[in-house]
Design a protein around this ligand. Structure first.
Ligand SMILES: Cc1cc2nc3c(=O)[nH]c(=O)nc-3n(C[C@H](O)[C@H](O)[C@H](O)COP(=O)(O)OP(=O)(O)OC[C@H]3O[C@@H](n4cnc5c(N)ncnc54)[C@H](O)[C@@H]3O)c2cc1C
Length: 473
């Protein structure tokens, strides 16, 4: 291996020995970007390989995205679904976890560029996921946030809880109806789960907490452009999800398109709906770093990888998980952007790099990635879910139980599994949602005509009684 020509001065994580030049007999360097399902599984599979592994993520924690909506709807706390990446690999001396943000990749020079400098690599695994896609209307993001990170979930949670606070103080009936109208754009699993959870908050968790409003009267509108919900699932399960949501009081608009979104309103075709909260669950696009590679991307900005998940023309560089556009060679279908896809791609590429380092492909051709579809599930509400495992389709309580068990099983960290399970059991028994905190520097928007206040502004505030039993100071 030739000595690196890259000047590492000022770049913090290669120069661990305090020297800016690296020895000729340096170990192989494997750079993995992203500590999501794909990145974590690639690094796990590389255990025991003679190489130094750098796992870089712009956050210090892995996020279990399938349960983000539960943080957004106050059922779980952020720490229940996040796990420090450093802790995942605390027993692996070969793994260096770095918190930094990749800016771009120079494939010709085998260099990754970070704000503080450059890092060279022998193998590159890009596993930095996807981001929200607004179909060219990025200006809608301000009014209709999407759900991808813990920060997104907390923002959405604050907006939901704030909407109820504002409605409680609102005197004008039309404004109150608008405050209590929640619109979700996109009828895939996230949209369906959000819609169900919002109706549950409004009808089960909150009614006793408010005095001026009937939270049960909240409108939850789910907009879907296709003619059915959950379009990647079998039709009978789409129909069941629709039936369940309607029973729960969700207004579902199929074959409907959003034409405009602005401050407090959404246009569905020509119809204007005033809404206190609008959420985006309609589209994703590849991580922006994909565009820096100079390789072909699909129309969603994801990397079009080869059958071995490497970048065309660069056998040492791979893209896996949500950032990659992969067609399964057996079914001919695109591999879905789901956790199982990312996990399987991570394991495949980890093993492939290990075999490559051990010289296996000097004789044999590289293997081809094949996605094993283990099924799909979506939860709709309390005791309601739909599931497809192989040819088996089921719904209702058993599907909901299966959904819960599978999700707890795949959570990273024993504490998280225990905490989530305990929280769910508590919520099931008490009908409550524990994490109803409005965080961040936000305050309800009290309109000038807030005649609904029960305590008039002039009412004197009673003095707090003195506690004579406690010692002074
Ligand atoms: C709300 C929601 C619900 C979902 N529900 C389900 C479900 O029920 N079932 C299911 O199977 N799938 C579900 N998915 C999809 C599933 O979570 C994803 O397919 C999976 O997380 C993709 O894994 P990944 O490793 O490719 O990317 P991610 O998990 O997104 O991880 C990417 C990592 O890269 C890091 N990163 C990004 N950019 C940079 C950068 N420039 N520099 C450094 N680090 C960077 C991020 O911080 C992140 O940690 C859901 C997704 C969402 C958003």
């Amino acid at each position: 291996m030739a000595e690196s020509q890259v000047n590492h001065t000022g770049w913090k994580f290669v120069d661990t020995a305090g020297s800016s030049s690296r020895p000729v007999d340096r170990p192989l360097e494997i750079l993995v970007i992203g500590g999501g399902f794909a990145g974590l599984n690639a690094v796990s599979e590389l255990a025991g390989v003679e190489a130094r592994i750098w796992l870089v993520d712009k956050r210090n924690h892995h996020v279990f995205q399938p349960l983000l909506y539960q943080v957004a709807t106050a059922a779980l706390s952020p720490a229940d679904i996040g796990y420090p990446i450093r802790s995942v690999f605390r027993r692996r001396q070969d793994v260096h976890v770095i918190m930094d943000e990749l800016i771009r990749i120079d494939l010709a020079r085998k260099v990754a560029v970070f704000p503080g400098g450059e890092a060279d690599f022998d193998y590159l695994v890009l596993a930095c996921g996807a981001t929200h896609g607004y179909f060219g209307r990025e200006d809608w993001a301000r009014f209709a946030p999407g759900l991808k990170t813990i920060e997104d979930a907390l923002e959405i949670r604050s907006r939901i809880l704030l909407a109820f606070e504002e409605a409680e103080m609102e005197a004008d009936p039309d404004n109150r109806i608008a405050d209590l109208t929640f619109v979700i754009v996109g009828g895939g699993p996230t949209g369906v789960e959000m819609a169900g959870a919002l109706r549950q908050i409004a009808t089960q968790a909150l009614p006793n907490d408010f005095r001026n409003i009937d939270t049960k009267s909240s409108r939850v509108i789910l907009i879907q452009s296709a003619d059915r919900l959950l379009p990647t699932m079998p039709e009978d399960l789409s129909a069941r999800a629709l039936e369940d949501l309607l029973q729960m009081g969700v207004e579902v608009r199929l074959k409907s398109r959003v034409t405009e979104i602005g401050e407090g309103f959404v246009m569905i075709g020509d119809e204007k709906v005033n809404a206190g909260c609008i959420f985006w669950a309609a589209g994703v696009k590849g991580n922006p770093v994909a565009a820096t590679l100079g390789v072909p991307l699909d129309k969603s900005g994801r990397v079009l990888v080869g059958p071995d998940l490497s970048l065309p023309g660069y056998p040492f560089a791979f893209a896996i998980g949500d950032i990659a556009a992969v067609t399964d060679p057996v079914s001919g279908n695109p591999v879905p952007g789901v956790a199982q896809g990312a996990i399987q791609m991570g394991r495949f590429v980890g093993k492939l790099i290990r075999d490559d380092i051990q010289g296996r492909f000097a004789r044999d051709p590289r293997p081809v990635f094949h996605y094993r579809d283990k099924g799909q599930m979506a939860t709709i509400g309390r005791s309601r879910a739909v599931a497809q495992i192989g040819r088996w389709h089921f719904a209702g309580f058993f599907a909901w139980l299966t959904w819960g068990l599978v999700h707890v099983l795949f959570l990273v960290g024993f504490r998280n599994r225990f905490a989530v399970l305990a929280q769910w059991i508590w919520d099931y028994v008490t009908f409550s949602k524990g994490a109803r905190l409005i965080t961040g520097n936000v305050r309800p928007h009290v309109r000038s005509h807030h005649g609904a206040y029960l305590i008039p502004v002039s009412t004197p505030v009673p003095e707090a009684p003195q506690d004579v039993s406690s010692p002074p100071g």
